[in-house]
Design a binder for this molecule. Structure first.
Ligand SMILES: C[S@@+](CC[C@H](N)C(=O)[O-])C[C@H]1O[C@@H](n2cnc3c(N)ncnc32)[C@H](O)[C@@H]1O
Length: 180
C-alpha cells in the first residue's frame, strides 16, 4: 500500500509503530507526518518522519501538517486513531464515532486527488454510515481484518484507493474483502 517516494500522513500515530514502518517503506525520498494528541517522547529520530501534537477533530490541523509537507497534500492517509475507553459503552461508542467523523472531515483537507486511505473503523451503526460515505469518494474500497485484532473486537480497516475529490460521489468498485 505504501510505496517509495510517497508523502504519508498518519492520524493517531502514538507511540509510533506505524510511523517507523511507513518511513522505511517510503524511503529517503518520501516523507511521513504523524499526528496524535499524545507527544512521542523521546522523538523517534527518523530523518524522513516528523510527529506533531494535534487533535484530528481540529479543522485547522491541516495547516500544520501541510506546512511540514511543503504545502502539498499526502499521497496516502493512514489512521489508527482510537479514543481512550471509559468503560461506559454508550460514551465509548459516541467517542469512536466522533473520531471517525473527524477523519472523514480531514480527508479532503489532507489527501490529494487519486490518493489512498487506510482507516481503522470501530464498527457500530453510525460508523457504518460514515464508512459508506467515505467509500463513495474513492474508486475502489474494501474491508481488511487484521490477524492482530483481538477476538471480539469491533475493529476493522477500510482500505480505499483513488480519492475522487469532493466532486460527485459514486459507488466504488467492490474489491474482495480480505484478512490482513
Ligand atoms: C491504537 S493507538 C495508535 C497506534 C499507532 N498506530 C502505532 O502504530 O503506534 C491510537 C491513538 O489514537 C490517538 N487519538 C485518539 N483520538 C485522537 C484525536 N482526536 N486526535 C489525535 N489522536 C487521537 C490516541 O491518542 C492513541 O495514541
Amino acid at each position: 500500500m505504501i510505496r517509495r517516494g510517497k508523502r504519508v500522513v498518519d492520524l493517531g500515530c502514538w507511540p509510533g509503530g506505524w510511523l517507523q514502518v511507513a518511513s522505511k517503506l517510503v524511503g529517503p525520498k518520501g516523507f511521513v507526518v504523524g499526528v496524535d494528541k499524545a507527544e512521542i517522547d523521546p522523538p523517534l529520530g527518523i530523518p524522513n518522519c516528523e510527529s506533531l501534537v494535534g487533535d484530528v477533530e481540529d479543522p485547522a490541523l491541516c495547516e500544520l501538517v501541510l506546512k511540514v509537507l511543503g504545502g502539498r497534500k499526502a499521497d496516502m492517509l493512514l489512521s489508527d486513531a482510537a479514543p481512550k475507553l471509559t468503560g461506559v459503552r454508550a460514551t465509548d461508542r459516541a467517542n469512536e464515532e466522533r473520531v471517525l467523523e473527524a477523519i472523514e472531515m480531514q480527508i479532503p483537507l489532507l489527501l490529494r486527488e487519486g490518493g489512498d486511505l487506510l482507516v481503522k473503523v470501530l464498527d457500530g451503526p453510525e460508523a457504518q454510515v460514515v464508512d459508506r460515505r467515505i467509500r463513495m469518494r474513492f474508486k475502489t474500497a474494501k474491508t481488511i481484518k487484521s490477524k492482530a485484532t483481538r477476538k471480539g473486537s469491533t475493529e476493522r480497516f477500510l482500505f480505499a484507493r483513488g480519492y475522487r475529490g469532493e466532486g460527485e460521489a459514486e459507488a466504488p468498485a467492490p474489491e474482495p474483502e480480505e484478512a490482513g
